[in-house]
Design a protein around this ligand. Sequence first.
Ligand code: GLN
Length: 487
Amino acid sequence: MAKDIFYQTIAELSAALEAKQLSSVELTRAVIERTKAVEPRVQAFNSFDEADALAQAAASDARRAAGEARGPLDGIPIALKDVIAVKDQPLTASSKMLANFVSPYDATVTQKLKHAGAVLWGRLNLDEFAMGSSTENSATHPTHNPWDLTRVPGGSSGGSAAALAAGEAIATLGSDTGGSIRQPAALCGVVGLKPTYGLVSRYGLIAFASSLDQIGPFSRTVEDAAIVLGAIAGHDERDSTSFKTEIPDYRAALTPKRGPWKIGIPKEYFGEGLDPEVGAAVEKAVAHYRSLGCEIKEVSLPHTQYCLDTYYVIATAEASSNLARYDGVRYGHRSANAKDIVDLYYQSRAEGFGQEVKRRIILGTYVLSSGYYDAYYLRAQKVRTLIRQDFLNAYKEVDALLTPTSPVPAFKLGEKSDPLALYLCDIYTIGVNLAGLPGISVPCGFTAAGLPIGLQLIGEPFGEADLLAIAAAYERAHDWSKRTPLL
Ligand code: GLN
C-alpha cells in the first residue's frame, strides 16, 4: 500500500510537487485533516490556523505555476514549537504567563522558512518554557506519545516529536537546551538534530538558557534534516552568538561514497540506568558501523559524571535571569489582585509561572546570589570547560561519538513525579549542550513492547555535514523510520 501522503518525506513530497503530481493545497489539506482526526488523542498542538496555512499553500502553488518555486521546502507544511515567534500568531511557551500573547515579529528561522516557501503550520506543545523531559510541565495539557497514548512523548519539544510521528506535519522545529530535540525524537521514533551552538540564529526564540539553547529540526529521515538545516542555518546579526561560517550543502554531503569513519564509544555512557533493550539496540548499531568498515574505539569522557550538576547550575542561573523580564508590566500575565507595584510583580509571577519554572528560578537566583556565585556558578563554568575539553580530546582520535540518546524508552504519563528522576532522562544529551556540539538522534529499533529507541551521534563543532553523512550511513541500511504508529 502506498504511504499516506502525511507520512511521506520532504524529499518525496518536493519531487511530487515539482512533477505537479500534487499541489501544496492538497498536501496541506491532507495534513490538516490528519491533524483534526488524531489531535484529540495526541494533543501535540497548542494552536493552529487552518485558513492561514491554506493561504500559504495557495501562494506556494501560485509561485510554482509561475515558474518561481523556491526549492525543496516550497509548499511543505512545517510546524514550530511554541517558543519560536511567528508574526501575528500566538506564542505561549505553554505557560499561563504568555497565554494571550501574540508575536509582533518573526524569528529568524521563521523568516528563513517563509523565504524557502514552507507552509508554517501550527504551534506545538512543550514543557513550560522548555523546562522538562516529558511535556507534562505544559500549563495547558500533556502531549501523548503516538506509539502508546498512555506514555509521554519526551520533552521539552514533545509536541514537535509527537506531531511528526502522528503525521500532523511533514517536519517540525524544536529547541534543545539539554536534550529537548534529541530525547523526544528518540521516544517518538523520528530524527532530531541539535546543531552546533551558534549555527542557527536564536533571534525570536523565547530564551531559557541562552548559552545552551539551539533551534533544530525534527524529520522522518536524515536527508530531510539536512534539507531543513540548510534552510535555517547561517549567520544572523540579530543574534550576537551567531557564528560566521560557510553553510555547506548538507544534502549533497549524504553521498554513500563518504567514510568509513572512526567512531568513538564513550564508556561513561553505557553504565548504570541504561535500559537493556536500549543498550542492545545501540550495540547492534555499533556492529553495523563495524560492518561498514568503520573503526570502533572505546574512548573516555572523564568529566561526564559532573554534566548533570553543571547543567542544572548554569541552565537555572541563565533561566532566572532570562525570565526576570516577565514582570506583568509590559506584556504577559498581569495579576488583577495587586495592591501596589511590588505586589504586582509578586502576584503576576506567582500566578503566571508553574511549579517547575518557579523551582528553576529559585535555584538559579540562589546560585547567582552574592556569596554563592563563586562556589556554584563560577565553578560550574570551569567544569563546563573541562567537559568541552573531554570531547575535543576525543575528537583527536575519532570522527564522531556514538551513544544511546535516552537511557530509557517512553515512560508512562505520571510515572516520574520526582524532578530528579526527570532530570536523569538527559544524562546522555546534556554534555553535548555544555560543549556546544552538534548531536543527532536517529531511530535504531523498537522494544518488544513496540516503543521506539534512538541512537545518538555526536559530531565536531560545525561538523554537521559529516555528522549527517555518518547518520545516513546507518539509516540507509535500516527501515525503522518507515514504520508508523497505529493511531
Ligand atoms: N530536560 C532538560 C531540562 O529540563 C532539557 C530541556 C531542554 O533541552 N529545553 O532542562
